[in-house]
Design a protein around this ligand. Structure first.
Ligand SMILES: Cc1ncc(COP(=O)(O)O)c(C=O)c1O
Length: 390
């Protein structure tokens, strides 16, 4: 029975399917089945040694037992500003950064700071489920803007423009995208940022996978010289550095916006976990190129999935340049949730139904190749082949 105290906007939102699928996978494993998960949006590698030893050294010291300043450790912000200046291609200062408890927290912090109830926020779709939820929870209206290019899922200005209204406050980019893996190409991104700047509309660009673009360069929404006018970038240590559980990420925005957002930061969490900030700083200083060292592994994993899916007539997927995902069309599928459940029960493979990422995702499955071993990836595609030919 839903409690009457819970706001309707929360009650009316369906729980993402991740937990029920993981619970069912755990039951099947307990029965002795070899379940392969292509569900988790996580990389296979642990944090760099520099981060782990910095945390080990810090754990007995008083500094990690007390609050840090709200925006984050000054030394981490300074080191990260230097790295991002080189990575993004625009000057970033420590004052343009807020350290958060991961990218999801960064996004919620930004939305809470910027969006009023009644505002509309455009989400190119398929979208990242948590973006939709954060916008709805803030009392704003998420507007699903289906991406027209169903082969590459590249987001273009033409996908966004028809959805602009007088109430549009922001457009969310997810670059590279969860769930599609599609990066935003430079020319498209520059056009989107400049057209929206002319209309005084914000761009909130979630670049969680910025260091996991393993072909070509990553284009950041903070790259254009005038980015400070309307761009906020979100980043995290979760995926690039295998630090999901450490809960540390960041907001990159003009210092004037950070000064306002820090009020919400103080109300929400005061500061990101200090020991995690210490670890993140070591990663930034000593191992900034750590994620790069895994690009070859990701290309190999992507090839295994590409070859495996390529043998299944009902599945169609165009590989992307980065991210961790294959977002595959399933011919004849109009209920991806039922399909995903059947795949788990019959083939013992966890996949995420495309419908979890908006209406535009129905008829698709998201397969993550970030975590399973290459052998398990090959085995999973064999099981899918059998499932779809039975
Ligand atoms: C696009 C995107 N943003 C944010 C997150 C959450 O990351 P974090 O662990 O930093 O909160 C994820 C995790 O899957 C993601 O894919």
């Amino acid at each position: 029975m839903p409690t009457p105290f819970v706001r309707a906007v929360i009650r009316d939102t369906e729980l993402p399917p991740f937990d029920p699928l993981n619970r069912r996978a755990a039951e099947l494993r307990a029965q002795g089945h070899h379940v392969i998960s292509l569900g988790q949006a996580v990389p296979f590698f642990p944090p760099p040694a520099s981060a782990v030893s910095a945390a080990r050294e810090a754990v007995g010291t008083p500094a990690v037992n007390v609050y840090a300043t709200d925006p984050g450790l000054p030394s981490l912000r300074a080191a990260l500003a230097d790295r991002l200046t080189a990575a993004v291609g625009s000057t970033v200062t420590a004052a343009d950064l807020l350290i958060t408890a991961g990218a999801n927290h960064a996004f919620t912090l930004v939305v809470t700071t910027l969006v009023d109830p009644g505002d509309e926020v455009i989400l190119p779709a398929p979208y990242f489920t948590n973006h939709q939820m954060a916008i709805a929870a803030a009392g704003a209206t998420p507007i699903e803007a289906p991406v027209a290019d169903r082969s590459t899922f590249a987001v273009r200005w033409g996908d966004i423009e028809p959805h602009l209204t007088a109430r549009t406050k922001a457009v969310v980019l997810c670059n590279p995208s969860n769930p599609t893996g599609a990066p935003v190409d430079r020319a498209d991104g520059e056009r989107i940022v400049s057209e929206l700047a002319r209309r005084d509309v914000l761009v909130v660009s979630d670049e969680t996978y910025m260091q996991l673009v393993f072909e070509g360069a990553h284009w950041s929404a903070a790259a254009p010289a005038e980015w400070r006018r309307n761009v906020v970038v979100i980043g995290t240590f979760s995926k690039s550095f295998g630090m999901m559980g450490w809960r540390v990420g960041f907001v990159l925005a003009d210092a004037s916006l950070c000064e306002q957002a820090v009020k919400v930061q103080d109300a929400m969490i005061i500061c990101a976990p200090v020991i995690s900030q210490v670890a993140a700083e070591a990663a930034v200083r000593d191992d900034w190129n750590y994620p790069l060292s895994f690009h070859g592994d990701f290309r190999r994993r992507r090839r295994i999935v590409q070859e495996g899916l390529g043998r299944i007539r009902r599945l169609a997927w165009t590989p992307t340049r980065g991210g961790l995902f294959a977002f595959t069309r399933v011919e004849g599928c109009d209920d991806s949730t039922a399909l995903s459940n059947a795949l788990l029960d019959q083939a013992h493979v966890v996949t995420i139904p495309g419908a979890a990422f908006g209406q535009a995702g129905e008829g698709y499955l998201r397969l993550s190749y970030g975590y399973a071993t290459p052998d398990d990836l090959a085995e999973a595609t064999r099981r899918l082949a059998q499932f779809f030919t039975d």
